[in-house]
Unconditional design. Structure first.
Lengths: 281, 332
C-alpha cells in the first residue's frame, strides 16, 4: 500500500435505507461462495497443523495393520472363500470415515468456544456456510485418507474383485454416509461447551456403531441379541453394500439402502444442526 | 440528546432478554446519534454483552425493540449485518490462519468484491501495524496484536456502525493505548460506535456519552464529564498512622471543609469537587489539627466509585458467581 491518505472506512453520514429498498442479495445467493470460503479456511488448518493430518491418517493405517496381521488370522468368516484382507478393507474405510466425522463436531465446538461462530453470525454470510464448509472440508480429507488406505491395503494384499467402477461407487457410498454423520456430530458439537467435551460426547456414540457392526467381524458369530442391533444399524448396511461391491458379489438393495440411510440422516439432523447453529451463541 | 431531525444510528427501546432464571436485560433504552460514541459501562454480568449480541443479530430479544440505522434487528437481521462491524471480547481470529488470510476470510464472507479484497486487507493491516506479521499465523500473535487483527477484520467491509465489546480487557497498558488511538481515529472519520467497557477511563477517553448499566438496567446516562461531576470529581486516598487518627481526620474534614469521607481502618477516602485545589485545603486542615497522613494518593474516580455512588454497592461484591454473560455461553 502506498496510499498516503486512508479512504474513510465509513460511508459518510450514514443514512438509514428504507427497509423495502435494501439491495442485499438474498443470503442463499451467497450460499455456495460462503461455504467454499469456510471450506478453504478449514482445509488450511490441515496445512498449518500437519499433525492433524498425520493423526487422521496414521490411525487408519494402524487399524489396517492391526486387523490384517494381529487379529485377522483369528477372525472367522461364514464364507471361508473370502480372504480376510478383502473382507476387512471396506470395513476399515467405513470406520475411518465414521471416526473422521467426529472432527466436524469437535471443530465446531472449538470454533464456538473461541468466539469465531459469534463473529460469523454477525456477518451477512449464508447461515448454512459454517456447517456446509465444515462438512465439505471433511469430505475432502476423507477422499485423501481413502486413497491412502487403498494404497496401504494393496501393499498388504488387498485386491478389488468387483472392478474399479464398483470400487468407486463403494467409496461414494461411504463418503455420502460420512457427510450424513457429520450433521449428527455437528448437532452434538454445537451443544458442547468446548472441543474436549464434544469429543467425550461423540466417541461413546461412534464406538458401538463402528464395532458392533460387520466392519471387522462376521455378525453371525455375535450373540443373538447383539445381532439384532448389529445387522440393522446403518454402519453395517453401508459396510455390507461397500463390501459386496468390492468383492464383486450381488449387492441387491444394499446401494439403495445405504443411500436411503444417508439421506434420511441428513433430512433429520441437517435441520437440527442448522437450528442449533442459529440459536447457539 | 438528539434533535427530532436526526434519526439515531442505534436505537434501543425497552429491550428485555432472559436466560432461564437470569434476567440479563430488564428493559433498557439507548440512543446513539450518527457519528458519535456511546460507552456502555458496567461490571461483568451487567448485561452489556447481551445488549451487543442482540444489536448484532446474534441473539433475538425477548421484548422491546432494537434498531440499527432504522432497521429492526429482529425483522431485518440480514440487512443489519451488512451495516455493522463487531469485535467481540474473545479476539475471534482463526489461529491457524495468517493475519492476511483472516482478513481475506472475513472479507469474502462480508461479500467484498474480490478485486477490492486484497488492497483493503493490505490497507487495514498497514493501518493496524500488522504488515510485518501479516504472513505469520495468528497463533504467534500477542494479545494486543490479536485484538488489532480482530478489529481490522471487523472493519473490512467499511461498516458505518461498529460494536466493540470490551476491546481492551486483558491488554497491557501500551497495547490498550495503541488500540484507543486507532479507535479514536475511526470515530474521527465518522463511524458510529457502541463500546462496552468495565473501565471508566476507557469510556472517558473514547465516548461522547456513557450509559451505566447494572443488573440489566441503565442506571445513569450522560457525558463522561457529567457522570464524574456527579461523583464529585477527584478521589483523595489518605492513610493515617492509626484508626483513631483517621477518625479524627474524618471529623476534622467534615467540620472544617464540609467534606464527607469514607473510613476504613486507618484509611480514608475523600471525594473532592475540584481536584488538586481542594487537596491543598485538605492537607492544611489536617496540618492545623496536627494530623500527618502517612500515605496520600489523588486519583480519578474508578468505575467502582461510580458504582458505589450510583447503586450503593461495589461492582464485584454482590455479583452472583454465574453471571449472565457467562451463563448464556453455557446455555447454547
Amino acid at each position: 500500500m502506498t496510499a498516503t491518505t486512508f479512504p474513510s472506512p465509513v460511508a459518510p453520514a450514514p443514512v438509514a435505507p428504507a427497509p423495502g429498498a435494501i439491495r442485499s442479495r438474498s443470503p442463499r445467493g451467497y450460499a455456495v461462495g460462503d461455504a467454499l470460503a469456510v471450506t478453504w479456511r478449514n482445509l488450511l488448518a490441515y496445512v498449518r497443523l500437519p499433525e492433524l493430518l498425520v493423526f487422521s491418517t496414521i490411525q487408519p493405517v494402524m487399524f489396517v495393520l492391526l486387523f490384517r496381521y494381529v487379529f485377522g488370522n483369528s477372525i472367522a468368516l461364514s464364507d471361508p472363500s473370502i480372504a480376510y484382507v478383502d473382507y476387512l478393507m471396506p470395513g476399515i474405510i467405513v470406520q475411518t470415515a465414521v471416526f473422521g466425522a467426529a472432527g466436524t463436531g469437535i471443530g465446531l465446538a472449538e470454533d464456538m468456544a473461541k468466539g469465531l461462530i459469534e463473529r460469523f453470525r454477525s456477518l451477512p454470510m449464508a447461515r448454512s456456510a459454517v456447517l456446509a464448509g465444515r462438512t465439505m472440508a471433511d469430505s475432502v480429507r476423507n477422499v485423501f485418507v481413502m486413497v491412502l488406505i487403498t494404497v496401504v491395503g494393496f501393499a498388504v494384499g488387498f485386491r478389488i474383485h468387483g472392478g474399479v467402477p464398483a470400487y468407486l461407487l463403494a467409496l461414494g457410498l461411504v463418503l455420502l454416509f460420512a457427510f450424513a454423520l457429520s450433521w449428527v456430530v455437528a448437532t452434538i458439537g454445537l451443544g458442547a461447551p468446548n472441543g474436549e467435551a464434544a469429543q467425550a460426547a461423540i466417541f461413546p456414540m461412534l464406538f458401538p456403531l463402528t464395532f458392533a457392526s460387520s466392519a471387522f467381524v462376521d455378525t453371525s458369530f455375535m450373540p443373538g441379541w447383539l445381532q439384532v442391533f448389529a445387522n440393522h444399524q446403518p454402519v453395517t448396511v453401508i459396510v455390507n453394500a461397500a463390501r459386496d461391491l468390492v468383492l464383486g458379489q450381488p449387492v441387491g438393495w444394499g446401494v439403495a439402502a445405504s443411500v436411503a440411510w444417508s439421506l434420511g440422516i441428513v433430512a433429520v439432523f441437517g435441520p437440527l444442526a442448522v437450528r442449533r447453529y442459529r440459536r447457539a451463541a | 440528546m438528539t434533535s427530532p431531525a436526526t434519526t439515531p444510528a442505534i436505537r434501543v427501546e425497552g429491550l428485555t432478554k432472559r436466560f432461564g432464571e437470569v434476567e440479563a436485560l430488564r428493559g433498557i433504552d439507548l440512543a446513539v446519534a450518527p457519528g458519535t460514541v456511546l460507552g456502555l459501562l458496567g461490571p461483568n454480568g451487567a448485561g452489556k454483552t447481551t445488549a451487543v449480541r442482540i444489536l448484532t443479530t446474534i441473539l433475538r430479544p425477548d421484548g422491546g425493540r432494537a434498531e440499527v440505522l432504522g432497521l429492526d434487528v429482529a425483522q431485518h437481521p440480514q440487512a443489519v449485518r451488512e451495516t455493522i462491524g463487531l469485535a467481540g471480547q474473545y479476539a475471534a481470529v482463526d489461529e491457524n490462519l495468517t493475519g492476511r488470510e483472516n482478513m481475506r476470510l472475513i472479507g469474502r464472507l462480508a461479500h467484498l468484491p474480490r478485486a477490492k479484497l486484497r488492497p483493503r486487507a493490505d490497507e487495514l493491516l498497514d493501518r493496524f501495524g500488522l504488515t510485518d506479521a501479516a504472513d505469520r499465523t495468528a497463533k504467534t500473535y500477542s494479545g494486543g496484536m490479536r485484538r488489532r487483527l480482530d478489529l481490522a477484520a471487523a472493519l473490512v467491509h467499511r461498516p458505518p456502525v461498529l460494536f466493540l465489546d470490551e476491546p481492551t480487557t486483558g491488554l497491557d497498558p501500551a497495547s490498550r493505548s495503541d488500540l484507543w488511538q486507532v479507535i479514536g481515529e475511526l470515530v474521527a472519520e465518522g463511524t458510529t460506535l457502541l463500546l462496552t467497557t468495565q473501565y471508566l477511563e476507557e469510556a472517558d477517553r473514547l465516548a461522547d456519552r456513557v450509559a451505566v448499566i447494572d443488573h440489566g438496567q441503565v442506571i445513569a446516562e450522560g457525558t463522561p464529564t457529567e457522570l464524574k461531576a456527579r461523583l464529585g470529581g477527584t478521589v483523595v486516598d489518605l492513610t493515617l498512622p492509626d484508626p483513631a487518627a483517621a477518625a479524627r481526620a474524618a471529623a476534622r474534614l467534615a467540620s472544617a471543609l464540609g467534606l464527607g469521607a469514607r473510613l476504613d481502618g486507618s484509611d480514608l477516602e475523600v471525594t473532592v469537587p475540584d481536584g488538586p485545589r481542594t487537596v491543598v485545603e485538605v492537607l492544611r486542615a489536617l496540618d492545623a489539627a496536627e494530623l500527618a497522613p502517612v500515605g496520600l494518593a489523588v486519583r480519578e474516580p474508578s468505575l467502582d466509585d461510580v458504582f458505589l455512588s450510583l447503586t450503593g454497592h461495589r461492582t464485584e461484591a454482590d455479583d452472583p458467581p454465574g453471571d449472565a454473560d457467562s451463563l448464556q455461553r453455557g446455555a447454547a
